[in-house]
Write a protein that binds this ligand. Structure first.
Ligand code: ADP
Ligand code: TZD
Length: 573
């Protein structure tokens, strides 16, 4: 602990809130802060850097928050985002809410104004009741009012973020707290490392037996891996369970690569078939939300399914349909227990496996044909074919992905080979995670990162290119430029001067944006040019942006989610 001052009339050495906040972070190995400075946290950020923490400064708090969230997902430690009061806090709150919805652990730490003035609404600089504003959008929200509570306050925030179902935590630091002082020796005793912040949660033996019974009775079993399974870092246990059981599996988007996508048991290429035909489904860290059609309806076929659900959150069970065998605990422990009994489960029948393989072969041949077509101008498939090939040669690359068509096609076409390498719009289908997730992933892993971005999606966080360049991060952003949201062809039906709601400036030169900050820009119009640029950019390990010109007629409205658009009678005319 750094001693900051002494009192006048005695020799007691004092410390202050600034130092103790840094000490609490350091004691818990929270060594990276993603943030944006201003009153009252500027000195806190300076001091953090001086004390050896890494401070990554952003241009907008939402992206700092997204970087913290993805850092949390990658490390199982809460990612730290630091902001100023009211507007800075609110900018960060979107990221905190998104982290919570996605079950990523993070702590949003915001400075706040004078409580007395805020509570009487007397009009302080950046006045806001942040604690109450945060509460509905995160897992827990705390304020530390007294310097001697800083250690405990951080312990509560850390535990709330990472234990049980991970999520976002808000921590309010009033400006006054930072300036409070106390004797340094006493202060030392208040700061500590949280013991066992993610305790193992072992499932009950009868629940394990019930799950095994469902598997034993299944004729057409399926394993569904969600991003909870990727988060859990139980990679070996999960792989063993899949391989020893012989059960085909489907990875959800961010679980791609948990087992390599070219694994023979992957049923990705027969997704619709297995969801409709399976009679028993083992969910591992995946919720039956909209991304899985709520576990019912046409997607899930005619026959009723028996679900086994492994999750840490007991009340997730039965959220949409009845779960035959809930298995509550941490994924590592639950899968470990299932493994002990898996030898007693008969292998899936040859009929089931053959039917899946037949479907896979057919669908893969069809996809190969589509991908092989040389469309001019370049379309999504042509561009993604070469990205798929480059990622295959560089399996350590982190892949960030958002957009509509850009997201849906990329998820389907680009294979992943290692766990926790794919980061995307996730549970909310949010746009704007691109640069934040890329910066977080690159900073945490030190590895090359490629962001595959729709041109609309990119716009939400585009200014963070400056951040990418400032920290000289190995991030290559590929903008799929089709001149608009979904596509660039809509017309204003009135013939007026304003373009249609979905349309952008034609042939915008996003590649010039990164040049303004010293990065390398590429302008490509063919798959061959894209492949060359991407290969070069990854090898260089420096900030780059590839403006990939895509046929503006190629996209469909909302990508694969066209059916979620409410339609008006007028639109049907
Ligand atoms: P996907 O979008 O990939 O389907 P979801 O985000 O819907 O995945 O589901 C993730 C689930 O994983 C959540 O219900 C969460 O509670 C659960 N989860 C996260 N970490 C763990 C863990 N360590 N052990 C058990 N369950 C976990
Ligand atoms: N705002 C936020 C925060 N999230 C959203 N999901 C949207 C708006 C709505 N939206 C989508 O769902 S996808 C998308 C928007 C604006 C962008 C699609 O256009 P794109 O991708 O250029 O990024 P494609 O590949 O051209 O379709």
């Amino acid at each position: 602990m750094k001693i900051s001052m002494t009192t006048d009339n005695q020799n007691t050495q004092l410390t202050d809130g600034f130092h103790l906040v840094i000490d609490a972070l350091k004691a818990n190995d929270l060594n990276t802060i993603f943030g944006l400075v201003g009153i009252p946290i500027t000195d806190l950020c300076r001091l953090a850097q001086a004390e050896g923490l890494r401070f990554i400064g952003f241009r907008h708090e939402q992206h700092a928050g997204n970087a913290a969230a993805i850092a949390g997902y990658m490390t199982q430690k809460p990612g730290i985002c630091m902001t100023v009061s009211a507007p800075g806090f609110l900018n960060g709150l979107t990221a905190l809410a998104n982290a919570t919805v996605n079950c990523f652990p993070m702590i949003l730490i915001s400075g706040s104004s004078e409580r007395e003035i805020v509570d009487l609404q007397q009009g302080d600089y950046e006045e806001m009741d942040q604690l109450n504003a945060a509460k509905p959008y995160c897992k827990a929200a705390y304020r530390i009012n007294h310097i001697e509570d800083i250690g405990i306050g951080f312990a509560r925030a850390i535990r709330a973020a990472v234990s049980g179902r991970p999520g976002g935590v808000y921590l309010d630091l009033p400006a006054q707290l930072l300036a409070q002082t106390m004797p340094a020796e006493e202060a030392k005793k208040t700061i500590f490392k949280v013991i066992d912040p993610v305790p193992r949660q072992i499932p009950a033996a009868d629940a394990v037996a019930r799950a095994l019974d469902v598997l034993k009775g299944a004729k057409r079993p399926l394993i569904l891996l969600g991003k909870g399974a990727a988060y859990a870092q139980a990679d070996k246990e999960i792989r063993d369970l899949v391989e020893k059981s012989g059960i085909p599996y489907l990875p959800m988007s961010m679980a791609k690569g948990l087992l390599p996508d070219n694994h023979p048991q992957s049923a990705s290429a027969a997704r619709s078939f297995v969801l409709a035909e399976a009679d028993a489904v083992l969910l591992i860290g995946a919720r039956l939300n909209w991304l899985l059609a709520h576990g019912k309806g046409k997607t899930w076929g005619k026959e009723p399914k028996k679900f086994i659900q492994i999750d840490i959150q007991a009340n997730e069970v039965d959220s949409n349909v009845q779960i035959a065998a809930p298995l509550i605990g941490d994924i590592g422990s639950c899968v470990g227990e299932l493994l002990k009994g898996i030898a007693s489960v008969p292998k899936p029948s040859a009929d089931w496996i053959n039917a899946i393989n037949e479907k896979k072969d057919k669908n893969m041949a069809k996809m190969a044909e589509t991908l092989a077509k040389e469309a001019n101008p370049m379309n999504f498939h042509g561009a993604l074919r070469v990205i798929r090939d480059v990622i295959k040669k560089n399996p350590d690359v982190n892949l960030v992905n958002e957009g509509a068509n850009t997201l849906d096609y990329c998820r389907a076409i680009v294979d992943m080979y290692k766990p926790r390498k794919r980061f995307d719009s996730g549970t909310w289908g949010i746009m704007g995670i691109g640069m934040g997730y890329s910066i977080g992933a690159a900073v945490i892993s030190g590895l090359p990162t490629v962001a595959v971005e729709g041109d609309s999606a990119f716009g939400f966080s585009g200014m963070e290119l400056e951040t990418v360049c400032r920290y000289n991060l190995p991030i290559t952003t590929i903008v799929f430029n089709n001149n608009g949201v979904y596509r660039g062809t809509d017309k204003n039906p009135t013939g007026g001067a304003d373009v249609a709601p979905t349309v952008f400036v034609k042939d915008a030169r996003y590649d010039k944006m990164i040049e303004a900050f010293g990065g390398v820009g590429y302008y490509v119009t063919t798959p061959a040019e894209l492949e060359a640029a991407l290969t070069e950019a990854i090898a260089a390990g420096k900030p780059a942006l590839i403006n990939a010109v895509i046929d503006e007629t190629a996209g469909t409205e909302s990508g694969r989610l066209t059916n979620l658009n409410p339609s008006t009678a007028a639109a049907k005319k």
